[in-house]
Design a protein around this ligand. Structure first.
Ligand code: SF4
Length: 225
């Protein structure tokens, strides 16, 4: 198995000092927070990029896009979705508040896309919005260089897996790609029924076990809390 711990010589942004990395992240945060690209293209979004965490994170969570409660709270995965996600992650020994501070949470598009025209849930960001925001996500991944990415929900999962693969065959799997582990998770929204069936709950338990295995190998327990 390849060595995946930063502490044990894993690939890093070797050309950047810690100070340069902090400055690069500061610049990226500024650009994301002041971005109006989607508004400029006529999309009716709330232009306030939502993300959290540090450039030294070893785990990155990538969701679809913030919802209205995330905008109000100014943090990703707030309210019900966040509660359920952190319930799952608590089984790995992850403490929510420490995770929010020390790891990194972001999304495919960073701004609230508004409600779906049907009124059921939030609008799924269009392919154009995803494309406009993609360079930010790529910079986040490059700069943070996490050893584990948790794409949460179909849109984020599609960044790493074929769109035609059903969630039922993806959840519970892990892949090693571009020098990091990827473990997909379903969207924890209360509006989603997928995670509510017993057979899919079992798949989520398998995904959690995949995370446990990766963290036990690469990350001491005290670093997870
Ligand atoms: S979603 Fe991304 S690209 Fe669109 S305005 Fe927000 S930060 Fe900019």
């Amino acid at each position: 198995m390849p060595c995946i711990s930063k502490k044990h010589g894993r690939r890093s942004l070797a050309d950047l000092t810690q100070t340069e990395k902090q400055l690069s992240m500061k610049q990226l945060r500024y650009e994301m927070k002041s971005c109006t690209l989607c508004i400029d293209q006529g999309f009716d979004i709330i232009p306030r990029a939502i993300f959290s965490g540090t450039e030294n994170a070893r785990i990155m969570v990538i969701g679809q896009a913030p919802g209205v409660t995330e905008v109000e709270a100014g943090r990703p995965f707030n309210a019900g979705s966040g509660s359920r996600l952190f319930q799952w992650l608590a089984e790995v020994g992850i403490n929510e508040e420490q995770f929010r501070t020390e790891q990194y949470m972001t999304s495919v598009t960073k701004c609230f896309p508004g409600k779906a025209p049907s009124g059921a849930g939030d609008r799924v960001p269009s392919k154009t919005e995803q494309m406009l925001c993609r360079p930010f996500l790529e910079r986040e991944i490059t700069l943070v260089d996490p050893m584990l990415i948790l794409p949460v929900g179909r849109l984020a999962i599609n960044l790493f897996f074929a769109a035609k693969e059903p969630l039922s065959s993806l959840i519970g799997q892990k892949v090693y790609k571009d020098n990091r582990w990827i473990v997909p998770l379903p969207h924890p929204s209360g509006a989603s029924r997928w995670h509510q069936s017993e057979e899919n709950r079992e798949r989520i338990r398998q995904a959690i076990q995949q995370i446990v295995g990766i963290l036990e190998y690469a990350m001491p327990e005290e670093d997870r809390k």
